[in-house]
Design a protein around this ligand. Structure first.
Ligand SMILES: Nc1ncnc2c1ncn2[C@@H]1O[C@H](COP(=O)(O)OP(=O)(O)OP(=O)(O)O)[C@@H](O)[C@H]1O
Ligand SMILES: [Mg+2]
Length: 361
């Protein structure tokens, strides 16, 4: 079966070897009236280097197809911007095509089903590579956990010696230095314990956990990094304690992923006085709520529905897996996640734990 570019249901470009747009599907022309223009003309210059490297590695010779936003395929690769003077963030696929002269001349992106399938297979291979990368990241996490564990031993020794020296330091009127040092060692130990409890691979076991305490533990992990990045990290915890049956390590992972995104969203905020994150807890409409509010770049309304899809990322080095993992964990807990955002103002991610979980029969 021949598939003509004119019949493509999604935006798609065919570029020649010099990355000039040769053909485009109707929906691509609609959005980017850019035939015979260099593809780079419709890209955000911020992605030029990234794009050049990618094109170099993707095409040996011959044209490539850029298929944008096909709902049937998992999202992959490129961001194309600037459409009708408006900025648009679009993720795309870049698939080298072979036997291109004939295809270009006849205006066909893929000659037959077989070629299409082969291209899709290569796309899935790329997705698998990204998954493997994520597993590699997990291994690095385990290594970091090992190192953290090892740091605890020397810290314990230092603390022991400080306690041993304490009476003599007291006599010299220097006891307060020992107190400060011991306090700092205790703090470091607490951070390491928190880190280990998050990175530890736990079973799916849920225990009755204090939500406020969980939030405090996550803040302990990130408050120093926020100070370094000139971010004011505030909390507003509901009075009284909410207890909920949850897997503390998994929910911490969720809060960490959302908090990291918030910190990344603040990178583009120039004035330190405007870099704010607030984590709050409250009860609302029969649910315990944990909210993470940032004053960062915000999210375009048309993007919000894609945030939780695997591999959706607008960051040059993002994997686009953070929120996808969060959603899975949250739903496994019978909870839900909601996003409100205004471009240029900030975003609020709320996790709602229903107070009365329906009993399954
Ligand atoms: N607080 C936020 N403010 C603005 N955009 C956000 C925020 N949180 C998420 N996003 C958007 O959602 C996308 C997906 O987030 P997600 O955490 O899944 O992936 P990522 O951060 O890009 O990569 P990683 O897998 O390394 O976390 C981000 O690329 C970003 O565009
Ligand atoms: Mg992320």
């Amino acid at each position: 079966m021949l598939i003509e570019i004119a019949n493509f249901p999604f935006p798609c470009f065919i570029l020649d070897h010099n990355l000039i747009i040769q053909k485009a599907s109707p929906s691509a022309i609609n959005r980017f009236p850019a035939i015979q223009q260099p593809f780079f003309d419709i890209m955000d210059p911020g992605f030029y280097n990234d794009a050049r490297a990618f094109f170099r590695s993707s095409i040996s010779d011959g044209p490539i197809v850029l298929a944008l936003n096909d709902k049937n395929m998992e999202k992959h690769y490129y961001r194309v911007y600037k459409s009708h003077g408006r900025e648009g963030k679009i993720l795309s696929y870049c698939i080298p095509i072979t036997d291109t002269e004939a295809e270009l001349n006849s205006g066909m992106a893929w000659r037959d089903r077989q070629t299409l399938d082969a291209n899709l297979t290569s796309l899935h291979q790329k997705i698998d590579e990204m998954r493997a990368l994520n597993i590699a990241r997990e291994d690095t996490g385990k290594l970091a956990a090992g190192i953290a564990h090892e740091i605890r031993n020397p810290l314990t020794i230092v603390k022991g010696f400080l306690q041993l020296l304490r009476p003599e330091l007291d006599e010299l009127g220097k006891g307060k230095y020992a107190s400060v040092a011991i306090e700092e060692i205790n703090r470091a130990n607490k951070i390491i314990s928190e880190f280990l409890s998050v990175s530890k691979h736990t079973s799916n076991e849920k225990t009755n956990t204090s939500i406020n305490q969980l939030v405090k533990e996550v803040i302990l992990l990130y408050e120093s990094e926020c100070i370094l990045k000139d971010i004011s990290l505030g909390t507003s915890l509901a009075k009284g304690d909410f207890l909920y049956m949850l897997n503390a390590s998994q929910i911490k992972q969720v809060l960490i992923n959302i908090l990291k995104n918030a910190m990344e969203a603040l990178e583009s905020v120039e004035h330190a006085s405007r870099r704010e994150i607030t984590i709050f807890t409250k009860t609302e409409n029969d649910a315990y709520v944990i909210g993470i509010q940032d004053s960062g770049c915000g999210i375009e309304p048309e993007t919000i529905s894609q945030l939780f899809s695997p591999f959706f990322s607008t960051k040059p080095n993002g994997n686009g897996l953070g929120l996808n993992i969060c959603k899975k964990i949250i739903e496994e807990h019978g909870a839900s996640v909601h996003v409100e955002s205004k471009v240029g103002k900030g975003s609020l991610f709320s996790i709602l734990f229903p107070i009365s979980v329906p009993v399954c029969s």
